[in-house]
Ligand binder design. Structure first.
Ligand SMILES: [Zn+2]
Length: 282
């Protein structure tokens, strides 16, 4: 599933290629991709409007429109946002297609492609946010958008006795970190993912805080991580390259690249497979 660095890469693409272009035409092929409202409502609210900004909170993309509405996109498991010329063939599973026209008159298509259809496109009046997208108000601190401070992180960790890995993945506490970056952050910080969050000491908190920023920023600078399933790509269909820097995620049973002594161990924490080195991360 795309996490903060992948969604941030898509956001930057939207900022460059989507905002300021009028949406001339809207096609919704699959009702499930717009299930929170309806096909008719999405078409009516998007046709003829222009996005004025592209924001991100956690894994949510939020584009305010010149009509006063907001378009939200969540990629979930397999969603992609692609922008290409109208003449290029649409990929399979292009469930929502927006025809865009820029001031020079050039026409492109923004395509929301989603083979597994867990992702969605929602268009809403911000006054109705509490009823249509109630989860947005419950999102925790976004490390990049909000700039998570050390004091904030320590306060968050003190609230729970769950393993720190589970706490980092809880979108109500910290927004945007998923399984890949949770594993990589704790490895960089040399913290055992099973350690109860509230027992993480001051020195470890400093390391976790630094690792959150270092790992997320490095991953953003490399366009995120594209795994073997190639499901995540940017607006132009390009893969990220941070997967080449993964030290523990997906490497269970292999030798640790940091200490060359431990083997990467894996176990289920909070419903997700976590990977860590029991030599480096005590
Ligand atoms: Zn190690």
């Amino acid at each position: 599933m795309p996490e903060l660095p992948e969604v941030e890469t898509v956001r930057r693409g939207l900022e460059e290629k989507f905002i300021g272009r009028r949406i001339d035409k809207v096609e919704v092929g699959r009702q499930r991709s717009v299930r929170r409202t309806s096909r008719e409502e999405v078409i009516a609210r998007l046709t003829g409007v222009t996005a004025i900004a592209a924001h991100r909170r956690g894994k949510y993309l939020l584009c305010p429109l010149d009509s006063g509405d907001v378009m939200m996109i969540h990629l979930r498991m397999s969603g992609q946002v692609l922008i290409d010329g109208v003449d290029s063939p649409r990929p399979a599973h292009s469930h929502v297609v927006l025809t865009l026209r820029d001031i020079s008159g050039s026409i492109q298509e923004l395509r929301f492609v989603d083979p597994r259809t867990f992702g969605e496109v929602v268009v809403f009046d911000p006054a109705d946010a509490d009823s249509i997208v109630p989860e947005l108000a419950r999102l925790g601190v976004d490390p990049i958008t909000d700039g998570l401070s050390l004091a904030q992180l320590r306060k968050i960790l003190r609230t729970t006795a769950r393993p720190i890995k589970a706490a980092l993945l809880d979108q109500h506490l910290v927004a945007g970190i998923g399984n890949i970056y949770g594993d990589e952050i704790l490895h960089r910080a040399r913290v055992n993912p099973l350690r109860p969050a509230r027992d993480v000491g001051p020195a470890q908190s400093v390391r976790v805080h630094r690792a959150i920023h270092e790992i997320l920023e490095a991953a953003i600078s490399q366009g995120g991580s594209t795994l073997a399933d190639s499901q995540y790509v940017d607006l132009e269909g390009e893969s990220g390259s941070f997967q080449n820097q993964h030290r523990v995620y997906g490497r269970a049973g292999e030798l640790c690249l940091t200490c060359y002594r431990g083997k990467i161990f894996s176990a289920n924490i909070g419903g997700r497979t976590s990977c860590w080195c029991r030599v480096c991360q005590r």
